[in-house]
Design a protein around this ligand. Structure first.
Ligand code: NDP
Ligand code: 2IT
Length: 449
């Protein structure tokens, strides 16, 4: 980046930070995109003239609402729900719902902004949005979760619909919660439409949607390694998280011959140097999806070590796949990973790497797959679920898996097209620009809106 672009970036970020005070996650996500897009605009003045970046960093709208519900003891509880509709330039708003105690407007704005470019990269007609609530599902009964989901949908239903905005899952929201919310939407509108994705398979859900984010991230890794004449087989992989994305990334790694040596939750991580077996993974799925237990229980049954309060970035590995949450890999973690042999970083969570970590991976020559490319498999299969709902039919597992592979390869190839740098590929730059161009062309085409 030359001095003029550097000055432009600083000026742009100062304005954004002034207009959006204290929204650190949002600032971080925008800076990461703007750092690549601003120099690109030098050769594409029409986007600058139309203020496309300025428009895409101001969400179309933010909906905030009170969610009032009753717990099992009959106490009245109050949470705040949101939907950030960032851009519908290329399709209905699309993106997950997050239930987590640390949900803020800043977190949802960063996620909705990222989603806009991620969805563009999939090649499917989907705009970008994200929603959620500062509701902590931990320790809640099934009935409390159901009542919360229904109350949340009471605040949201007017603002969504199959051609308007199509929510799905994210942290704290899986098939069970989507089903409660979709059921409530159906009751309120008296319509059975594809207004949410990630539904149960017997009522409009797509096969492979549950697996798609984790599988897609590993397909992306496979594409990156194959470009270098390498393969997933035999790689030692450190994964964080033990939820939806971590589970299916682990499953696909095992299937392709890699050894997954770590998983984690918010309490700590497990290290299994011989690799987590399929049986061990089934135990984790049961533990996390049915019993809502802690990952520490794994070592009691399957061996390995548990590291309380630590993240899994201090173990020997070839590949790291953070799959828990934002900013879970800092600069020191990045140095530790590189020291322990890590050569590929696959961001399966959204923005898991802090900027210092991204810089360090770049300096160290680590292949870096940014989240908007690496984890796009989830929303891609959500897009395929929307298609199946519109056509009122269901595709087979093989058909959907094949389409997912094709989409992940096409995202990889777009990153190469826009991010080629000699023999190397800057996947971050490639994903930012490839994602931006499609949305920007639509924004320009609509005129001043
Ligand atoms: P889940 O709720 O299924 O699992 C989340 C996992 O991350 C749990 O193991 C949880 O531990 C851990 N975790 C959450 N917050 C923290 C934290 N602050 N510190 C440490 N660990 C934490 O979520 P998903 O697997 O669906 O999502 C994981 C990531 O992937 C998120 O960044 C999400 O945005 C992203 N993603 C998800 C997609 C999807 O289809 N689900 C699609 C694309 C991206 P604990 O159980 O202790 O809370
Ligand atoms: O971050 C994400 O891409 C998701 N949580 C999935 C969104 C979706 O609409 O499937």
């Amino acid at each position: 980046m030359d001095n003029t672009d550097e000055a432009r970036l600083d000026e742009f970020m100062q304005g954004l930070e002034r207009r959006n005070p204290n929204e650190h996650e949002f600032h971080q996500a925008v800076r990461e995109v703007a750092a690549d897009v601003i120099p690109f605009l030098d050769d594409h003045p029409e986007y600058r003239e139309h203020q496309v970046l300025e428009r895409l960093t101001e969400p179309d709208r933010i909906i905030a609402f009170r969610v009032c519900w009753e717990d099992d003891e009959g106490n009245v509880r109050v949470n705040r729900g949101y939907r950030v509709q960032n851009s519908n330039a290329i399709g209905p708003y699309k993106g997950g719902i997050r239930f987590h105690k640390e949900v803020t407007q800043s977190v949802l704005k960063f996620l909705a902004f990222e989603q806009t470019f991620k969805n563009s990269l999939t090649g499917l007609p989907m705009g970008g949005g994200k929603g959620g609530a500062d509701f902590n599902p931990k320790g809640k009964s099934q009935r409390e979760i159901m009542r919360f989901c229904q109350a949340f949908m009471h605040g949201l239903w007017r603002h969504i619909g199959p051609n308007t905005d199509v929510p799905a899952g994210d942290i704290g929201v899986g098939g069970r919660e989507v089903s409660y919310m979709f059921g409530e939407y159906k009751r309120l509108t008296n319509e059975f439409t594809g207004s949410m994705t990630g539904k149960g398979l017997s009522f409009g859900g797509s096969v492979i949607r549950t697996e798609s984010t984790g599988y897609g991230a590993v397909y992306f890794l496979k594409n990156m390694l194959e470009r270098k004449g390498d393969s997933v087989d035999g790689k030692v992989v450190a994964i964080s998280g033990s939820g939806n994305v971590a589970q299916y990334a682990t499953e696909k790694c095992i299937e392709l011959g890699a050894k997954v040596v770590t998983l984690s939750d918010s309490g700590g991580f497990i290290h299994v140097p011989d690799g987590i077996t399929s049986e061990g993974l089934r135990f984790v799925m049961d533990l996390k999806n049915k019993r809502r237990g802690r990952i520490s229980e794994f070592t009691e049954k399957f061996g390995g070590t548990y590291h309380e309060g630590e993240r899994p970035w201090s173990v020997d590995c070839d590949v790291a796949i953070p799959s828990a949450t934002q900013n879970e890999v800092n600069g020191e973690d990045a140095k530790s990973l590189v020291k322990h042999g890590c050569k590929s970083m696959i961001e399966a969570a959204n923005m898991p790497c802090e900027p210092e970590a991204v810089d360090h991976f770049k300096e160290a020559g680590v292949m870096f797959a940014p989240s908007k490319a690496a984890n796009a498999g989830g929303v891609a299969v959500s897009g395929l679920e929307m298609t199946q709902n519109s056509m009122r039919l269901s595709w087979s597992r093989d058909e959907v898996d094949e389409k997912l592979k094709v989409i992940m390869k096409s995202i990889h190839d777009k990153c190469v097209e826009y991010g080629q740098d000699g023999d190397d590929v800057d996947y971050l730059k490639g994903s930012n620009i490839a994602g931006f161009v499609k949305v920007a062309d639509a924004v320009v085409a609509y005129g001043v809106l």
